[in-house]
Design a protein around this ligand. Structure first.
Ligand SMILES: NC(=O)c1ccc[n+]([C@@H]2O[C@H](COP(=O)([O-])OP(=O)(O)OC[C@H]3O[C@@H](n4cnc5c(N)ncnc54)[C@H](OP(=O)(O)O)[C@@H]3O)[C@@H](O)[C@H]2O)c1
Length: 376
């Protein structure tokens, strides 16, 4: 029997609609038999918007409660977990209130605006014994699971160099300065919005590599170009170096970038190993194809499906856009009494937020007073 997991959604905006559409996809279409999902409540700052959201995205289901406040959802007994889809700088308050109400939490990326907020939330989640996870959906997609398997099965050797970029044209000259991508009060800019995606690949391929033994990057560098419109970063480059130590034998670099004015074609992700390269095609937040180029053709020739030139290509098909895999993870973790995911645990979100704090510091991006609810 599948466990039916009941979701309450906070913030009736764009990303919440994407998540809910995927939640309503029959899990059997992706081979999932043990968990299923139900949306039971929507919370908005306006009850009319909550009801409109239900009518549009939850098939007008009369059993779904519409609330004109987020607290209504936190207090609803028919909700197992809260999905937080508000702008970055509202994640902390919503997540803390949900945790204090005893609800499990899946919170959009970036999980908070800084690392201090995240440390406070993790402590609260532990105190209240609830599951807490950043919605790093890419980590749970079948392509990421397969890349990780190939990266670590041995024939490629250790990773040495990783390049990843995510950019998009947000038409910043023509959107209101209050848009969340431009407004510093909402943590606007490229790093917090797009940066999690190049970074997730560095975490998967380098931080998670067994040779690294969960070592923190030895060096982090960051450089930002700011838009004169509001002062948020329009273009950011950051690098991570992993150097050998008593506990790690990894020697690798990640060169990561993001931008809010550049459109396709995006370069995707390239992970270069001692004996080959993995090339992941964009979009890097939910890629559907990648190839492995083995430098040692003798090894490639023995790989099932590899060409004589040492190339192995993989594509992935599923119904939905890829947000549902993280929902399956939450449902399973909660069913099994876990407080964090093994695939995207608290340590990885903390690593992300510590890196972003450092890159903002080096890039000279200071939030306006009051944006970070916890600062030390
Ligand atoms: N995983 C992904 O692929 C992905 C993609 C895009 C965005 N995101 C993340 O999801 C979050 C929301 O992004 P979005 O594009 O959905 O944003 P959005 O549409 O601008 O806002 C989402 C909702 O947040 C609520 N909200 C609460 N306080 C707000 C305020 N002061 N200003 C504006 N909205 C406020 C609003 O809902 P109510 O009016 O109903 O309360 C709004 O509809 C961000 O953290 C972003 O990084 C993730």
């Amino acid at each position: 029997m599948a466990t039916t997991f009941r979701w309450g959604i906070i913030g009736a905006g764009w990303i919440a609609s994407c998540f809910v559409k995927d939640l309503l996809v029959d899990p059997k279409t992706r081979g999932v038999q043990d968990v299923s999902h139900k949306v039971t409540a929507i919370g908005s700052r306006s009850v009319e918007r909550a009801q409109e959201f239900i009518d549009k995205f939850v098939n007008g289901d009369k059993e779904v409660a519409a609330y004109g406040s987020y607290q209504g959802v936190f207090d609803d007994k028919n909700v197992d977990a809260i999905y937080i889809g508000t702008p970055h700088t509202y994640h902390y308050d919503a997540a803390l209130a949900a945790i204090k109400s005893g609800k499990h939490v899946l919170c959009e990326k970036p999980v908070t605006s800084n690392a201090a907020e995240l440390r406070s939330l993790i402590a609260a989640a532990k105190e209240h014994k609830v599951f807490f996870m950043e919605a790093m959906w890419t980590r749970f997609q079948p392509l990421a699971l397969e890349v990780k398997k190939i990266a670590e099965e041995g024939s490629l050797g250790k990773p040495v160099m990783l390049h990843a970029d995510l950019s998009g044209d947000f038409d910043i000259e023509n959107i209101p300065k209050s848009h969340r991508i431009l407004d510093p009060q909402l943590g606007g800019g490229a790093l917090l919005d797009l940066g999690p995606y190049p970074l997730v690949w560095a975490i998967i391929a380098l931080y998670e590599n067994p040779a690294n033994n969960k070592g923190f990057p030895t060096t982090i560098t960051g450089s930002m170009l700011k838009t004169p419109l509001t002062g948020v970063d329009s273009s950011t480059v950051f690098t991570l170096s992993f150097t050998p130590s008593e506990t790690s034998s990894l020697s690798a670099l990640a060169i990561l970038s993001c931008n809010i004015t550049l459109d396709a074609p995006e370069p995707g992700v390239t992970i270069r190993f001692e004996r080959g390269t993995i090339i992941i095609n964009p979009p890097i937040y939910s890629p559907r194809s990648f190839k492995v180029v083995y430098l040692n053709k003798g090894v490639a020739g023995k790989k099932e499906g590899a060409t004589a030139h040492g190339e192995l290509a993989r594509t992935f098909e599923y119904v939905g856009k890829g947000w549902h895999f993280q929902a399956d993870e939450v449902a399973r973790c909660v069913r099994d009494g876990k407080l964090e995911s093994e695939l995207w645990g608290h340590d990885k979100s903390l690593l992300e937020m510590d890196i972003f704090d450092e890159v903002r510091k080096q890039g000279g991006y200071v939030f306006p007073p009051g944006v970070g609810k916890v600062t030390a």
